[in-house]
Ligand binder design. Structure first.
Ligand SMILES: [Fe+2]
Length: 421
């Protein structure tokens, strides 16, 4: 049996520092950190390995970035935030690359326009590999030589850099899937790819009205947006243990879900009209009425028992209204997940919540460019909880707050439903 490239590291399971001061380094020894650095950096290369140089340059829409850009940007992150400030005598690989590979850090200087990333053919793929190797050598030398409080700060930045790179690993997959979906030949990223097995259950998790601590507590890495932990009134609510399936979505389609404006938020209905949505992202209907969907394994028949994927917040919200149900709030999701009773909380699809992405009480981003990681995006986006089939192993947490604009559906996004009692 062939092995999927994803299986190698995605047994089960996007970046940002803890609120003050920087993220804890998970009490890792220098050797553990070095091992983690090598593992994460190698996994990025493994994900890019099936892709040709042409594949790695394409940018299929402004929201999606080329694989080559992801490989270089994650490298720039270590160069900019770790090596330049902390490695004595470090010399940048090429002074021009900071302009190309800074994503959105205003305090780190001017940057290339995001929608134009696909126009950059030079540096080529081989040179990006050389850039990665140059930075890898310098980071490893720094990790070997660091001592005392400097070692602690370095460990903290490396930990953020690794979590950042893991987020981009997921984006490499979501972005190449979007690019391949635009190709009439429907290229296959990984012939051995299989949808993760999901659990079906008609049960619900009942949450009586109570005050709970929400947000990250204790040791271990988290992003700044997961704190400060705070007390919040949750419930009463009942959260479905199972994710919404393709079969349930087919019933929504058959019942005119995409044709009935009363089911939709105003912005959502405008998006349905503008985009011509009639089904989840990547779905296409054959002449005989059967549905197929573009996946990392190419075009596959839509499995009615599998969780629905590639739906936007607008669609999730309309589906919940059609079903006479709700999306859970992010606090409800967190409490239900912490109880251990949710099926597929992690590793299948990110789950839309009805919570707007806003700061927890008392949230303050850290000083400096790295504080731009999460805080400046806290408007006009919705929170997703859990993790997806493309989230790297070890990257998921019950307190993790992913966020995307309500029309986005190229990520691996689905939903579970809840009731307000
Ligand atoms: Fe980034």
């Amino acid at each position: 049996m062939s092995t999927s490239i994803l299986d190698r590291t995605l047994d089960r399971p996007t970046v940002r520092p803890a609120s003050a001061p920087l993220a804890p380094a998970q009490d890792r020894s220098p050797q553990d950190l070095l091992d983690a650095f090598r593992t994460v950096r190698a996994h990025t290369e493994a994900l890019a390995a099936p892709l040709s140089a042409e594949d790695q340059v394409v940018q299929s829409m402004p929201d999606a970035s080329p694989t080559k850009w992801h490989r270089a940007h994650t490298t720039w992150f270590f160069e900019e935030f770790l090596l330049v400030p902390h490695a004595p005598n470090y010399r940048r690989y090429d002074d021009r690359l900071a302009y190309l590979y800074n994503s959105y850090y205003v305090q780190a200087g001017p940057r290339h326009a995001r929608p134009k990333r696909g126009l950059i053919t030079r540096p080529d793929v081989a040179e990006v590999s050389a850039y990665r190797a140059h930075v890898d050598r310098a980071v490893e030398a720094l990790l070997h030589g660091a001592e005392g409080s400097l070692a602690e700060e370095i460990a903290s930045i490396v930990t953020i850099g690794l979590n950042h790179e893991q987020q981009h690993q997921e984006l490499i997959l979501t972005d190449i899937l979007h690019a391949f979906s635009e190709n009439p030949c429907a290229p296959v990223y990984d012939a051995a790819w299989a949808a993760p097995k999901s659990m079906r259950s008609g049960d619900k998790v009942h949450l009586p009205e109570a005050i709970h601590t929400i947000g990250h507590t204790g040791e271990g890495f988290c992003y700044d947006n997961e704190g400060p932990a705070h007390r919040e009134l949750v419930g009463p609510a009942s959260v479905d243990k199972s994710l919404v399936t393709n079969g349930e979505w087919l019933a929504f389609i058959a019942d005119g879900g995409y044709q009935r404006p009363t089911l939709w938020l105003s912005d959502g209905w405008a998006t349905v009209a503008a985009e011509g949505w009639q089904a989840p992202g990547y779905w296409q209907q054959e002449a005989d009425g059967a549905w197929r969907a573009m996946t990392l394994g190419g075009l596959r028949e839509v499995d009615p028992d599998a969780p629905v994927c590639h739906v936007s917040y607008y669609e999730a919200d309309a589906f919940a209204r059609w079903a006479g149900r709700h999306l859970p709030s992010e606090a409800e999701w967190e409490v239900a997940a912490r109880s251990g009773a949710l099926s597929d909380a992690h590793g299948v699809v990110w789950q839309w919540t009805r919570s707007a992405y806003s700061p927890y009480p008392g949230f303050r981003p850290v000083e400096g460019a790295i504080g731009e990681y999460n805080g400046k995006f806290m408007v006009n986006q919705m929170v997703l909880r859990g993790s997806s089939l493309a989230t790297p192993a070890g990257h998921a947490r019950d307190t993790y707050r992913n966020f995307f604009p309500p029309a986005a559906r190229w990520q691996f996004t689905g939903l579970r439903l809840s009731d307000a009692a």
